[in-house]
Design a binder for this molecule. Structure first.
Ligand code: GAP
Length: 463
């Protein structure tokens, strides 16, 4: 059995995701809806498992972090205070030949030139012109672009506005979940038993009018974020930041991501308020790209909301009586992006007796289905009944699947493709010896286990 990562890995992952019910293009029967995706039955399970693991690491196991679930639509003043209304934009240019819309900062990056997000339209265009000879349209290979224009990424809505020209006075779908955390910082401080340093964690939808939303679920216009904002005293900011960086790196290793597929990327040009910013990058099928941002943001967020709302954001330390606006360090990652990293890490092709076996080698805690139960033959009521009974017993502990269609070989292949760690088969011997065959996804080895000991056996294996 030889193991390898596939050629055209991205295409294979996209195809498997559709075929096996992980990810579907949105609104497909209407011709699709760009840069938005739906999760099928296994995708919904995988996404839920990813969110549960994050919540466990960030909230359940932490005495100093509490959860929050704030609304998607909030006062538009929040987005003015945060700087999103004036500055949350990407530079766009159009290829005059093939009319592809392209992000100029990405074109520059591909040519080895760094353009940072705080550059003005003018500065971006200067850089774009200065490096013209290095830049080609990725679609048609020509170099004939329009000037770069900055497009704001915030998505507008008419919620609660019954005038006909709501566009002039819009509310916004949140562009990041953390703003809901900042504006609830005082509520949490006054209601939860927390004191600085403490964190607030949240999982929820965010929306961005991404210009070039390609690469499957890596960059979408509707997505879920898992964000944790940690409130610290100014003098402890960098020490806590280093701790958070280490915590987040270890989190991915504990999640089961291969360390060789992770690396740090330090931001060279910081926004004016940031102290330091790093991304954890993952080796996606299209190369190392940002998986998560870990940022030291100073007191910018709370100070801005203090200024715009007129409310005090200071914190008084109960021991030292020191008064200050807490500084914030954040960890921010997308659910879909984590899902793509987990799928990439897990996707394996193996040569088994001259045939290719496709296996998603998910860590058991992330696998959508933990155990599949099969009667050897569909038309033998004794086997079906016994298998059904085992399924009924196991399903209260684990997500299980009962499958009696096709031959055993085909059932194994199907479960391999969705990453089920264990398959349990009830055969004729089971009727005599009250035991079943348990097959391990990764080694394909089979063990005979007493039905009375099956749950205990699986508990050990799936831990
Ligand atoms: N609060 C900080 C913040 O939102 P960001 O770098 O813009 O920072 C953080 O986003 C993370 O959210 C990214 O590392 C990525 O995992 C995810 N993310 C951002 N935009 C996304 C998009 N359009 N589609 C999918 N995930 C996205």
């Amino acid at each position: 059995m030889t193991e390898q990562k596939a050629d055209n890995l991205m295409e294979k992952i996209v195809s498997l995701c559709k075929r096996r019910g992980f990810v579907f293009p949105s609104s497909e029967i209407y011709g699709g809806f760009a840069a938005v995706y739906d999760y099928g039955n296994y995708g919904a399970e995988l996404s839920k498992n990813i969110k549960n693991e994050w919540w466990k690491a960030m909230v359940q196991l932490r005495e100093d972090i509490v959860g929050l679930d704030s609304s998607i639509v909030m006062s538009p003043r929040i987005w003015e205070a945060s700087g999103h209304v004036s500055g949350f934009s990407d530079p766009l240019a159009e290829c005059k030949n093939c009319h592809a819309r392209l992000r100029v900062d990405h074109l520059l990056e591909d040519a080895g030139v760094f353009a940072d997000e705080k550059m003005s339209e003018e500065e971006i265009n200067e850089l774009f012109k200065a490096n013209a000879d290095k830049i080609k349209c990725p679609g048609c290979g020509k170099h004939d672009f329009t000037e770069a224009r900055k497009f704001n990424l915030l998505v507008k809505s008419n919620l609660g506005n019954f005038t006909s020209d709501w566009d002039k006075d819009p509310v916004y779908l949140r562009g990041e979940t953390c703003q809901g955390i900042y504006v609830n910082y005082k509520n949490v401080l006054n209601s939860a038993r927390v004191k600085v340093p403490f964190g607030i964690a949240q999982i929820g939808k965010a929306f961005r009018n991404e210009i070039t939303a390609r690469q499957f679920i890596f960059r979408t216009r509707e997505f879920e974020q898992m964000e944790m904002q940690y409130f610290v005293s100014p003098d402890k900011e960098m020490k806590e930041y280093e701790k958070l960086r280490q915590t987040r790196w270890n989190y991915y290793l504990e999640l089961g991501i291969k360390e060789e597929n992770l690396k740090w990327h330090k931001h060279e040009n910081l926004v004016f308020y940031a102290k330091e910013a790093y991304d954890i990058e993952y080796n996606f099928p299209f190369g190392f790209k940002e998986l998560e941002g870990v940022h030291a943001r100073g007191d910018y967020d709370l100070s801005q909301h203090g200024k715009f709302s007129g409310k005090k954001m200071e914190y008084t330390d109960p021991e030292t009586n020191e008064n200050y606006v807490p500084h914030i360090i954040e960890s921010s990652v997308g659910v879909g992006r984590t899902m793509l990293a987990v799928l990439t890490d897990a996707y394996t092709e193996e040569d088994v007796d001259g045939e290719t076996r496709v296996v998603l080698k998910f860590p058991p805690k992330l696998a959508p289905i933990k155990v599949a139960i099969f009667p050897l033959l569909k038309n033998k009521p004794d086997l079906v009944e016994k298998a059904q009974k085992i399924y009924d017993e196991l399903k209260s502990s684990y997500m299980c699947e009962f499958d009696d269609s096709g031959n055993i070989g085909k059932r194994y292949r199907r479960q391999d493709e969705i990453g089920t760690p264990y398959c349990v088969t009830v055969d004729f011997e089971s009727l005599e010896d009250e035991a079943v065959t348990v097959r391990d996804r990764d080694t394909m080895t089979q063990e005979r286990i007493k039905i009375s000991e099956l749950l205990e056996y699986l508990e050990k294996k799936l831990k």
